[in-house]
Design a protein around this ligand. Structure first.
Ligand SMILES: [Zn+2]
Length: 143
Protein backbone atom coordinates (compact mmCIF):
# COMPACT_ATOMS: atom_id res chain seq x y z
CA UNK A 1 0.00 0.00 0.00
CA UNK A 2 2.72 2.46 0.94
CA UNK A 3 4.76 1.99 -2.23
CA UNK A 4 1.69 2.23 -4.34
CA UNK A 5 0.60 5.46 -2.74
CA UNK A 6 3.81 7.38 -2.97
CA UNK A 7 3.23 8.23 -6.61
CA UNK A 8 -0.41 9.02 -6.01
CA UNK A 9 -1.71 12.42 -5.09
CA UNK A 10 -4.56 13.32 -2.77
CA UNK A 11 -7.80 13.98 -4.60
CA UNK A 12 -8.36 16.97 -2.29
CA UNK A 13 -4.88 18.16 -1.25
CA UNK A 14 -6.26 21.05 0.79
CA UNK A 15 -8.20 18.67 3.03
CA UNK A 16 -5.96 15.72 3.81
CA UNK A 17 -2.65 14.01 3.25
CA UNK A 18 -1.37 10.50 3.64
CA UNK A 19 -0.30 9.68 7.18
CA UNK A 20 3.02 8.06 7.96
CA UNK A 21 1.49 4.56 8.10
CA UNK A 22 0.72 4.73 4.38
CA UNK A 23 -2.95 3.96 4.86
CA UNK A 24 -4.52 6.50 7.18
CA UNK A 25 -5.12 10.12 6.34
CA UNK A 26 -4.22 13.20 8.33
CA UNK A 27 -6.62 16.11 8.07
CA UNK A 28 -5.23 19.58 7.53
CA UNK A 29 -6.60 22.31 9.77
CA UNK A 30 -5.68 25.93 10.29
CA UNK A 31 -5.43 27.42 13.74
CA UNK A 32 -6.62 30.99 14.13
CA UNK A 33 -3.73 33.17 15.35
CA UNK A 34 -6.18 35.50 17.12
CA UNK A 35 -8.54 33.25 19.04
CA UNK A 36 -6.98 29.81 18.65
CA UNK A 37 -10.02 28.20 17.05
CA UNK A 38 -9.24 25.25 14.78
CA UNK A 39 -10.81 25.63 11.33
CA UNK A 40 -11.46 23.13 8.58
CA UNK A 41 -10.80 23.12 5.73
CA UNK A 42 -7.61 25.05 6.33
CA UNK A 43 -8.30 27.38 3.41
CA UNK A 44 -11.65 28.69 4.66
CA UNK A 45 -11.91 32.41 4.00
CA UNK A 46 -12.13 33.31 7.67
CA UNK A 47 -12.09 31.98 11.21
CA UNK A 48 -15.45 30.47 12.11
CA UNK A 49 -15.25 31.99 15.58
CA UNK A 50 -13.82 35.51 15.24
CA UNK A 51 -13.68 36.15 11.50
CA UNK A 52 -9.93 36.64 11.30
CA UNK A 53 -8.92 36.20 7.64
CA UNK A 54 -6.48 33.44 8.62
CA UNK A 55 -3.82 34.67 6.21
CA UNK A 56 -1.19 34.15 8.93
CA UNK A 57 -2.78 31.03 10.36
CA UNK A 58 -0.46 28.06 10.83
CA UNK A 59 -1.54 24.73 9.39
CA UNK A 60 -1.81 21.78 11.66
CA UNK A 61 -2.41 18.17 10.82
CA UNK A 62 -4.28 15.71 12.97
CA UNK A 63 -5.12 12.06 12.44
CA UNK A 64 -8.28 11.95 10.36
CA UNK A 65 -10.95 10.55 12.58
CA UNK A 66 -14.20 11.49 14.18
CA UNK A 67 -17.49 10.54 15.71
CA UNK A 68 -20.23 9.20 13.48
CA UNK A 69 -23.32 11.34 14.04
CA UNK A 70 -25.67 9.95 11.44
CA UNK A 71 -25.53 7.95 8.25
CA UNK A 72 -27.65 7.00 5.29
CA UNK A 73 -27.39 4.63 2.36
CA UNK A 74 -27.61 6.39 -0.99
CA UNK A 75 -28.97 4.15 -3.70
CA UNK A 76 -28.64 6.50 -6.66
CA UNK A 77 -25.37 8.03 -7.90
CA UNK A 78 -25.54 11.73 -7.09
CA UNK A 79 -22.41 12.70 -8.99
CA UNK A 80 -20.49 11.12 -11.88
CA UNK A 81 -18.24 8.21 -10.88
CA UNK A 82 -20.14 7.68 -7.66
CA UNK A 83 -20.88 4.08 -6.88
CA UNK A 84 -24.29 3.13 -5.65
CA UNK A 85 -25.20 2.12 -3.12
CA UNK A 86 -22.89 4.32 -1.09
CA UNK A 87 -23.11 4.96 2.62
CA UNK A 88 -22.63 8.59 3.55
CA UNK A 89 -22.38 9.99 7.03
CA UNK A 90 -21.93 13.12 9.06
CA UNK A 91 -18.74 12.86 11.06
CA UNK A 92 -17.58 15.25 13.77
CA UNK A 93 -13.87 15.52 12.99
CA UNK A 94 -13.15 18.17 15.63
CA UNK A 95 -15.04 20.28 18.13
CA UNK A 96 -17.70 22.14 16.20
CA UNK A 97 -16.61 20.74 12.84
CA UNK A 98 -18.90 18.24 11.13
CA UNK A 99 -18.06 16.97 7.67
CA UNK A 100 -19.93 14.71 5.33
CA UNK A 101 -17.99 11.66 4.28
CA UNK A 102 -18.22 8.38 2.45
CA UNK A 103 -18.15 5.35 4.72
CA UNK A 104 -16.36 2.41 3.17
CA UNK A 105 -18.42 -0.50 4.48
CA UNK A 106 -20.67 -2.87 2.58
CA UNK A 107 -23.80 -2.12 4.55
CA UNK A 108 -25.01 -0.26 7.58
CA UNK A 109 -25.16 -3.27 9.91
CA UNK A 110 -21.78 -2.57 11.48
CA UNK A 111 -22.41 1.10 11.97
CA UNK A 112 -23.88 2.90 14.93
CA UNK A 113 -24.05 6.54 15.83
CA UNK A 114 -21.40 7.63 18.28
CA UNK A 115 -18.78 5.18 17.04
CA UNK A 116 -15.35 6.42 16.05
CA UNK A 117 -14.42 6.34 12.39
CA UNK A 118 -11.02 6.88 10.87
CA UNK A 119 -10.13 8.24 7.49
CA UNK A 120 -8.14 6.04 5.15
CA UNK A 121 -6.89 6.41 1.61
CA UNK A 122 -8.99 4.86 -1.12
CA UNK A 123 -6.74 4.32 -4.09
CA UNK A 124 -8.07 5.33 -7.48
CA UNK A 125 -5.30 4.00 -9.62
CA UNK A 126 -6.72 5.10 -12.96
CA UNK A 127 -6.89 8.72 -11.82
CA UNK A 128 -3.54 8.63 -10.03
CA UNK A 129 -5.10 9.82 -6.81
CA UNK A 130 -6.29 8.64 -3.45
CA UNK A 131 -9.55 9.75 -1.96
CA UNK A 132 -10.83 9.90 1.60
CA UNK A 133 -13.10 7.18 2.92
CA UNK A 134 -14.11 6.52 6.50
CA UNK A 135 -14.08 3.11 8.13
CA UNK A 136 -14.74 1.95 11.69
CA UNK A 137 -11.66 2.58 13.82
CA UNK A 138 -10.68 -1.06 14.20
CA UNK A 139 -11.18 -2.17 10.63
CA UNK A 140 -8.38 -2.30 8.14
CA UNK A 141 -9.08 -1.59 4.51
CA UNK A 142 -12.49 -1.10 2.99
CA UNK A 143 -13.60 -3.67 0.46
ZN1 LIG B 1 -10.42 33.23 15.34
Amino acid sequence: MIDQLTSLKPLHPTLYQLASDGTSLDFIFSQCPVCGTVNFPANVPGCSHCGDPLTEAPRLTRPGQGELLEFVTIHVPLIPDMQAPTIAGDIRIADGIVEEGVIGVKDESGLRTGMTLKAIAEVREAQGVYACVFVPMNEEVAT
